[in-house]
Structures are given as C-alpha cells and as structure tokens.
Design a protein around this ligand. Structure first.
Ligand code: UD1
Length: 417
C-alpha cells in the first residue's frame, strides 16, 4: 500500500496552482444525466472520487470522453441502467447525487443506501423526503432506494437541517419537474452555486442559489452546455494552513478567495498575513503561531472540511485552542494520530481542546479519512524528523498530486509503494 514520507521542519515558499473543486465536480458530473445532449466540463481535477463518479456514470450508459487533461465531455443520450450499485456507493457516498437526476430524467432509479461511513452515520432522509414531496414513490428494498415518478411535480420543501448534497440532489431533480419547486433552508455552499450555474447554462430556471431559498421553475428538457468547474476552496485552505503551520511565504493561484472568508479570518487570527489579489492568495507566516478557537458551521461559517487541517495548525500554536465540530458526530479521528506526533489534545464529544506544543516529532501515522489525511500531512510538514503516513488512498480521493504541489513549495515529501 502506498505511503507518504515527509521530512518535516522546512519553510514553504513559492507558487501553487489550485485544482478544480471535487465537491463541485461530483454533482456537476451527475447533472450530465439530466440532458440527452453532451455536457463539456473543464477544470476537472484528476481525483479518485472523480474517477469513481465517471465509472458509475459509464455503467449507466453515459459516454465519457476525456480528450485532454482536465476536460471531460459527458454524453447521456441514452441511459441504459438508472442504477447506482452498492459496490460503488460504499466507496463514494456522493454517488447518492445520481438519484435526483435519474428519477427526473428516466422516471425511475435504484441507488444503494450509503450505510455508515468513517465520519459518522450520514443519513439521506432529507434527499428521500424531498423526492417524495415532489411526488416520487420511494421504496427501501434490500439496502436500495427505489424511486419512481412518471414526472416529478414542483413542491415546497423545507429541509430539517442544512444538507449540501441534499440541496444539490433536489435542485437537479426540480429542473425537469412540472411546475415550481422551492427549497427552504437550502445549503448556501459555493458548490451549490457552481452547480446552479452549470444547470442554468443547460437551460434550467433557477434563482436564489447561494441563499437559503432556492426557486426552480421546471422545464421540459435541458440541453448541452460547457462549464468550467470552480476552484477547490478546501484544497486552497489546506495549502494555506500548511504554510501557516510550517511558516514561509507562498502564493496560491487560480483561487476564489471570496469562498474562503471564514478560513482566511482564522489564518490571520493565527498570526499569518494573508493578501488577496485577483485570483491569487498570498500567505506569509514568520512570527509566532497563535491559538484560535474554531466552530464548524454550514457556509459561510467555518467549513467542517477544514477542521482537521486547522487542528494541525493549532497543535503547534502558542496557547490553547478550542475546536468544536458541529456538522458530523465522529470527525475527530485525526486526534489519536496527531497525539502520536506529540500533540496535546483532549477530546470530549465534539469538542477538542488543543494545547499548542513548541514542537511535534515525526512518527508513523495512519490516514482515516480524506481531510484527516490532509491534517496529518500538515502535521508531518511541521514535525521534526520523518513522518510516514499510511493509507493515503484517502488523500488521493480529494487532492490532486498533493506531494508534487508541496514539493514545489520546498517540502520534502515523497510517495513510496
Ligand atoms: C457535503 C460534502 C462534504 C462536507 C459536507 C458538509 C460533497 C460531495 N460532500 O457532504 O465534503 O463535509 O457537505 O459541508 O459535497 N444529514 C441528515 N440527513 C440527510 C442529509 C444530511 O441528517 O438526508 C446530516 C448529515 O448526517 C450531517 C449534516 O446533515 O450531519 C450535513 O451533511 P451534508 O451537508 O448532507 O453532507 P454531504 O452533503 O454528505
């Protein structure tokens, strides 16, 4: 199994280009199911999750052409199997995003229930409830959601809680429904806005994306389009956190800084200097690292997907940081691994009290999920000596060539087989 070897203790300096967002690409790939015409996407990152989604769509009958790096053309002229099997859904929960588009376009779909996953239970009741409100008949049979609807009908749907993929699934379904759908308490994440932009290019009528009330006026048919995937704000944040933790002076290009306000604020509070110019973000940190308190929240709050990386920063800061996770119930699995590197962290429920240590020491650690892996990479960059991170397939799900990009900033990091 591949591992990452990191020789820590070096400052990071230089320039890195950010890739297209994983969490925008996944729903947008599924949006191709909504139209019989080709959807051409650019700025698609080469990530394992994107590969898994392509495989899933190909199994359904979508023809995919990857003519040049970062570009995909998806042609769903006919969908032979409106099915997302367990084997695929269990490796990538975001497969649930096929449900809405399939019912809307084919009138039927069978998508496996995702089941438990490493960062908590993550139910999909809101997706199901919304489709039912739009008139779909839903049966749960042998671990599958079976949905049927001759044509979905517009409805007013109030989410019980803010769900990103839930909002995306129902927004996609509603584009082809008969009548107007209103999504209340919708997720405001920038990836929802990017999806809405792509759907609009395909002929959908959507207003309010980026607010908690999205209104979709259903149309009979969507057509082909071309769309550039937005930059990955979590990849951006991860590199910024790495520079803050390790010290240095680096510029990230191809970013969208206004999707990162909460993260940039916390990095400044931690003692980094952050300057935004156009699509570039420059971060410098030479002085002491300061403790920061963080509470994750739906956008525009501090993203749960940056919690683990900021904990690695806090582990090296002067003083005590309190980090509260409010989105997922089991997202502290990086803590025991950080402790192996010498971090002083106490966890009670969803709250971690991090007493910054003057130094961390390299050790063997294990990646447990995607963002936990990123946290360990940052900790390894900061720790004295060698850190070996095992199970980095988690990292490859969501980061494109992370070791190459960090090497370009002067880090000593390499992949070993
Ligand atoms: C998406 C992101 C993920 C990010 C998360 C929160 C993608 C592909 N993934 O995941 O990286 O960490 O948003 O920003 O975009 N919930 C329910 N019932 C539901 C749906 C969700 O109870 O039907 C709960 C979840 O268990 C969780 C919370 O709502 O506690 C938020 O989850 P949600 O926003 O749905 O996360 P995802 O969309 O799966």
């Amino acid at each position: 199994m591949e591992k990452l070897l990191i020789e820590g203790g070096r400052r990071l300096a230089g320039e890195v280009r950010v890739s297209g967002a994983k969490n925008a690409a996944l729903p947008i790939l599924c949006a191709s199911l909504l139209s019989p015409d080709p959807l051409r996407l650019t700025n698609v990152a080469r990530l394992n999750d994107v590969g898994t989604m392509q495989k899933l769509l190909a199994q359904m009958g979508v023809r995919i052409d990857a003519a040049s790096p970062g570009t995909l053309t998806l042609d769903a002229a006919s969908i032979d199997w409106p099915l997302a099997p367990y084997e695929m859904v269990k490796t990538m929960r975001a497969s649930i995003l096929a449900l809405g588009p399939l019912v809307a376009r084919c009138g039927e779909a069978r998508v496996s229930l995702p089941g438990g996953c490493a960062i908590g239970q993550r139910p999909v009741d809101q997706h199901v409830k919304g489709l039912q409100a739009m008139g779909a008949e839903i049966d749960l049979e042998s671990g599958y959601i079976a949905a049927r609807a001759a044509r979905l009908k517009g409805a007013r749907i109030v989410f019980d809680l803010v769900t990103v993929t839930g909002t995306e699934n129902l927004m996609m379904a509603a584009t082809l429904a008969d009548g107007v759908t209103t999504l209340e308490n919708a997720a405001c994440e920038p990836e929802v806005v990017d999806l809405a932009r792509c759907l609009t290019m395909m002929g959908a009528r959507i207003t309010g994306a980026g607010t908690s009330r999205i209104v979709i006026d259903g149309v009979d048919r969507l057509h082909g389009a071309e769309h550039a995937i937005m930059p990955d704000r979590i990849e951006t944040g991860t590199f910024l956190a790495a520079v803050a933790a390790a010290g240095g002076d680096a510029t990230l290009v191809g970013t969208q800084a206004d999707t990162l306000d909460a993260v940039l604020d916390k990095l400044r509070e931690a003692g980094a200097t952050v300057d935004v110019r156009g699509d570039a973000i420059r971060i410098r940190r030479d002085g002491p690292l300061k403790a920061v308190n963080i509470r994750t929240a739906p956008y525009p709050g501090f993203p749960t997907d940056m919690q683990a990386q900021m904990m690695a920063v806090a582990a090296r800061a002067d003083g005590t940081s309190v980090i509260t996770e409010t989105i997922f119930e089991n997202r502290m699995m990086h803590v025991p691994e950080l402790q192996r590197l010498g971090a002083d962290i106490e966890v009670e429920g969803n709250i971690a009290v991090v007493k910054g240590a003057p130094a961390l020491a390299g050790a063997n650690v294990m990646a447990t999920d995607l963002r936990a892996s990123a946290c360990l990479v940052i900790a390894g960059l900061v720790a004295d000596g060698e850190t070996v991170i095992d199970r980095i397939y988690h990292l490859d799900r969501g980061y494109e060539r992370i070791e190459d990009k960090l090497s370009a900033l002067g880090a000593r990091i390499r992949r070993v087989g």
